[in-house]
Write a protein that binds this ligand. Structure first.
Ligand code: UD1
Length: 506
């Protein structure tokens, strides 16, 4: 379901003043609308039929009343209504046909920078790498880690970045990223600001964890935690905002596309500009084998003057749960895995190649100025409506645990920026090396597969340096020891590191 971004843009422009709230920043209100008495709140809610939010007002403590009033004032009920209507109309009228036509006319992306196979391509990649390294040395690159997701598929209670994944030491995902950044700084010399986007659920535990870990040795002034917004869930049938309990509204993160608004309203986008940062390396918290600040990717992105570059890999099977990059009528887009039937996902072109092959690894490079464009006039990314199961209380205050989707949630996707980008670029990555995410508790993309990949990569690097490790012995190479096989080989040969430091062999 797609909703016109311009409608949303207009609504956002109508708002007189944008606030950045610590917990909720995505909906907008004007200063003069700040009210707090029950009567004033009722007046605000009545035109939208949302008075039920105050059903238990008189039973609440003063603190609870204040918190609820603040939340209510942060919600743009008119916007919710518009989005729901637009989505509903689209679905009723031509939504299914639209979506089918879009998938039908999708073609494999026309222009992809593939993995190099010729000397000329390898030379070009080396030149791009040198360019990326220079940008890193000049302090022109920052990193954004999106870590606001609730990781429900993994079934891990803490933020996903705290998940232990190292095959020998149980290093966490956050530690691996931190060590990669530290090693890049050391190698190239420039500063690399690290921006970590959290959500209401993941913010405090993430900040606390970094403090406990002494920011993994990084200068804490270069790490910036900022919180994405939250949006309310509404009853799918009635559009009424759902209450989590008598004092609070059901809220959920506004999607990784919430990054655009959160970056701007936190002041970080301006800070990056002031610091002379030009390129932003973006990655998800779930992939420990991401090549952080990949100089080759940053270099080709810069050389081609791309506003948004996306790393893709060939899907392992047509139904693998990855978004796919496609051309739709000349426009570069991502079609999410949830939009394709099994049959569509396996569709081939005349040469027998999958049309939907180019899986989005969610490793991107953004030009900083592109974020500024996206954030201008409110966020230019669409809001999507998703039908989800949301536990809530009913009108009698009784808890409801739905068995099927009962609610609309709203979120933005960062990859909706692709069709808006000038010179958007797709670059094929090395799947085995770069894409081994932790998503599910078991099976594919699980801790077991991701840990096995780290182990395999370590063994391959050691084998290239002439050390074959027996089966059953685990290998883990800290990025502080080596960022790549060449660095490892050098350190092994000059005696800085010994094989026994890298395995769990007795
Ligand atoms: C995502 C992509 C998919 C891609 C795949 C690669 C979406 C909708 N799809 O799928 O195209 O092929 O990764 O691994 O993203 N996050 C936030 N805030 C939010 C929601 C998510 O920060 O409100 C972060 C999560 O912490 C995580 C990332 O975004 O780092 C991905 O979220 P997730 O919902 O797990 O996406 P996938 O379904 O795995």
């Amino acid at each position: 379901m797609r909703v016109g971004g311009n409608v949303i843009g207009k609504l956002l422009r109508c708002a007189a003043l944008r606030f950045y709230f610590h917990h909720v920043n995505a909906f907008i209100l004007s200063n003069c609308e700040m009210t707090s008495t029950k009567e004033q709140l009722l007046e605000r809610l009545k035109p939208f039929g949302q008075q039920h939010l105050l059903n238990w007002w008189d039973e609440l403590s003063a603190d609870q009343q204040n918190a609820l009033a603040e939340r209510i004032q942060q919600i743009d009920f008119a916007l919710i209504e518009k989005i729901r209507q637009a989505a509903g109309n689209k679905e009723a009228a031509d939504g299914a046909a639209d979506s089918a036509a879009r998938i039908e006319s999708a073609a494999a992306p026309r222009s992809v920078v593939l993995q190099p196979t010729t000397d000329a391509e390898r030379n070009q990649q080396q030149n791009d790498t040198a360019l990326g390294e220079q940008l890193l040395a000049d302090g022109k690159v920052a990193v954004i880690t999106v870590a606001g997701g609730q990781g429900s598929r993994l079934g891990f209670d803490a933020p996903k970045g705290m998940f232990p994944i190292g095959p020998v030491t149980d290093r966490t995902l956050f530690q691996i990223f931190a060590e990669q950044i530290a090693a890049r700084k050391k190698r190239h010399g420039g500063q690399i600001p690290w921006l970590i986007m959290t959500s209401a659920a993941t913010h405090q535990p993430t900040v606390d964890f970094f403090q406990q870990q002494n920011h993994f040795g990084l200068d804490h002034a270069t790490i910036h935690f900022f919180q994405q917004g939250s949006l309310p869930a509404v009853d799918a049938k009635t559009g009424k905002v759902l209450m989590a309990d008598k004092a609070s509204i059901c809220l959920s993160p506004d999607g990784h596309g919430g990054l655009v608004t959160a970056l701007e309203s936190s002041g970080l986008l301006k800070q990056l500009a002031d610091a002379g940062v030009e390129q932003i390396f973006y990655h998800q918290v779930d992939n420990p084998t991401v090549i952080m600040c990949d100089p080759a990717l940053i270099g080709v992105h810069r050389r081609r003057e791309s506003q948004l570059t996306t790393n893709v890999v060939k899907k392992s099977s047509p139904t693998e749960k990855m978004g796919v990059l496609v051309d739709v009528n000349g426009r570069l887009e991502i079609i999410e895995y949830s939009e394709l039937t099994e049959e569509q996902a396996a569709k081939e072109d005349e040469s027998g190649q999958w049309i939907f092959w180019a899986g989005n690894t969610a490793i991107h490079v953004f030009a900083r100025t592109f974020f500024e464009e996206l954030a201008s006039d409110g966020c230019r990314l669409e809001l999507h409506v998703a039908n989800k199961k949301v536990a809530h209380i009913d009108q009698h205050g009784q808890p409801v645990e739905p068995e099927s989707p009962n609610a609309n949630k709203f979120e933005r996707f960062i990859f909706d920026a692709l069709p808006l980008a000038k010179n958007a670029l797709i670059v094929e990555g090395n799947r085995d090396r770069e894409f081994n995410p932790v998503k599910n508790a078991d099976g594919s993309d699980s801790p077991a597969t991701s840990r096995a990949a780290l182990n395999r990569i370590g063994r391959e690097w050691l084998a290239k340096a002439g050390h074959n490790i027996p089966d059953g012995t685990n290998v883990e190479i800290s990025p502080l020891i080596a960022l790549d096989e060449d660095e490892l080989a050098t350190k092994l040969s000059d005696g800085t590191v010994s094989v026994s430091d890298l395995t769990d062999a007795d």
